[in-house]
Design a binder for this molecule. Structure first.
Ligand SMILES: O=C(O)CCC(=O)C(=O)O
Ligand SMILES: [Fe+2]
Length: 293
């Protein structure tokens, strides 16, 4: 539909893909000057996903070190598998002896949505690449942009009840860096929705409303025959950095296929602590705040 122009240097070439960019020419496993780190950080925000190709120098320690470019790590909820090389690395696998089994299969999600400040970034390395077992990503702003006017108006009124007591986020809010409208939800782990939170009309959605909303949302992630999705087929040497607040993701069904069929799949993930509470930086029409009454 359009030509995307990106800034590129010989040592750092961005190639736009369906969602995000592939990055060629740079070896981020070797020390990088501050200017390059700043460029990478800017590009992750701008393109949402950077897929660094041919990375063969990223040890687990280096993975953790690169993740710190983006801020403090948040690893408190990581259940450490016996084979995980670090407290900061979530190690997932299609073989329970090698890593945590069945991670990322409970529905479309951002990571850490149950925190007051959901993770800002996630950094993924497939340390054993299977023959099948994609990670699938969707731009959350694309989802919002594809809603009908009526749906958008209705979804703007919703907040999501997470798995943690009193952690409730607006379903739609302003991304802290880009101000684009994005979703804050784990489709599999949210307990339900609240209408018009903080207003005189506040009420919990009914059971059937909760189901309907979830179905309606799920259809958005599948929209246009899944054309909205980017399914990443992992290649040896891929290292992915995502703006966790800008993209939803899910492990493909094939990520759980047995080792005997698709080979061993082992993914390392490091997550960066969020810096902001999801907030709408715009007013909704016809909303009366409780304290104005
Ligand atoms: O296994 C995958 O492809 C992704 C799993 C996931 O959702 C995660 O690690 O956050
Ligand atoms: Fe995830």
């Amino acid at each position: 539909c359009c030509v995307i122009l990106v800034s590129s240097h010989d040592f750092y070439r961005l190639i736009p893909g369906k969602l995000g960019c592939e990055v060629h020419g740079i070896d981020i496993g070797i020390p990088q000057p501050e200017t390059v780190i700043a460029l990478i950080k800017k590009d992750v925000t701008e393109h949402r996903i950077l897929i660094f190709k041919n990375q063969h120098n990223i040890s687990p320690d280096k993975h953790v070190e690169i993740s710190r470019w983006f801020g403090e790590l948040e690893s408190s909820t990581i259940s450490r598998h016996a084979k995980s090389p670090s407290d900061d690395i979530l190690r997932v696998s299609n073989d329970a002896k090698e890593g945590l089994y069945n991670v990322g299969r409970k529905g479309w999600h951002i990571d850490g949505s149950f925190f007051p400040k959901p993770y800002s970034h996630a950094l993924y390395q497939m340390v054993h690449v299977p023959m099948d077992g994609d990670t699938v990503f969707v731009s959350l702003n694309d989802i919002v942009k594809g809603l009908s006017e009526e749906q958008l108006a209705r979804f703007e009124r919703l907040s999501v009840i997470t798995t943690r007591p009193n952690i409730i986020h607006p379903l739609i809010y302003s991304h802290p860096e880009t101000n684009e409208k994005v979703l804050c939800i784990h489709m599999g782990f949210s307990q339900g929705f609240v209408w018009d939170k903080g207003t005189a009309q506040e009420r919990n959605a009914s059971k059937s409303e909760n189901n309907d909303i979830k179905n309606e949302l799920n259809r958005q992630y599948m929209r246009d025959n899944k054309k909205i999705q980017y399914s990443h087929k992992w290649e040896v040497g891929d290292f992915i950095i995502t703006d966790n607040l800008a993209v939803g993701h899910e492990a493909a069904l094939s990520s759980q296929f047995p080792r005997s069929k698709v080979g061993l799949r082992v993914l390392h993930r490091v997550t960066v602590a969020g810096k902001t509470v999801p907030t709408k930086k715009y007013d909704l029409p016809q909303m009366q705040k409780k304290d104005e009454l």
